[in-house]
Design a protein around this ligand. Sequence first.
Ligand SMILES: [Zn+2]
Length: 404
Amino acid sequence: MIDTTPLVEVARPAGENLQFIPRRFQAGGRLQIADSVGIQNTFISTCVLCGGVIVGEEATLEHPLPQWLHKYAGDMGDRKASAFRVSETIQPTWRQLSLSSHKECNRLFARKLEDPSITAIKAMVEGRRLTWTQLDAAFDWLDKIKSASAHMAIALRSHNLRLGYEDISFPNKRVGAFDRLALIYRLSEGTPPLDLWDCLNDGFLTTPTAITLRVKDLVIVYASNNYLLSAAFGLGSYLMQNNSATYIPGTGTFAPGFGTRFCRIPPAKILAQPMRRQHQKEGLLDNNPALQENGDGRVYELVGSRWTRVRGCDFSALPRLNSRLGYALAALETVEWIILSKEQDYGRYGTPESFFLKSLPVLQNEKRGLIELVSTLRGGLTMPESDRITDLTFNPGGRDAPRA
Ligand SMILES: [Zn+2]
């Protein structure tokens, strides 16, 4: 699978309406999964890595969070994974969280993606130095975790959502396809030493733009989406013009910061990498210093308000936040990135009926609750409701919806 087609093949807009193809993720371990009727009537079981059909003996099990990580975080395999607690009766352990995959996909992902990332993730957790190619490998690995965890969540929620999957919904083609960024810091105390932010949240109706992963005391808020860094690095993007989406090449001018929203955790280490390989293949050319010749981006760190190119990156002096505040801010950042990208996707190709917009009210509620919590944890110090640099009023039902 990943041998015959490159990891990056398609980068289609999320709002495209495609024919519904029922896909069925088979969970491993001893989980009880109740499929919806629509899914029960399909014969196919889907590989979580490539989205292809699995025929009997080809299957093996893929863990969204790998077993080496369970062990590294402190023998977490047999501990309950709170992020995937569905009910009193369905409380899987980290080891139980697994989905069917092709044996060959599993082998190739281990060799090409998992193995190169292990040293990188451990160096990050242990406060050592990483080269930019190691950061690139770690970002690929986080792309895979984000995508596979979303599928795990869908399987655990009984497939009651009729999602229109396409190839880009699966790690095989999603890894490395979109612009990506990470906010990294440490927590001063508290458990558990392995955690993912709230994967059963309604914001995860489709593969979410952002997740938060905790390994020991390290927290990584990770976000990736098509064109997410267009404003930050002056790269091209689609804009709606005369009712049709038109590609507007970038100016090449870097913004101070993200150019879209300000970060709620300014002391965090902030890294970003634009990814435009597929866009180049499609002839969407941007002559931009942030891109290599093949369209993959270089890695940048936000120092003050300036993007500085990273050739090696030191993790020995990360900021440390107290555990409750660190968690609340991670959740808030995650929600903010998901909201921003839904609004941007809507501006590019959405309609008021777009499926991906349905979780927006839930996310906005959650955001308000988290802002209150952060303010309480900071002894009443408030933070602004809006995180936006350019003030856009989002109004999916009206005529003046933003064209992000
Ligand atoms: Zn496969």
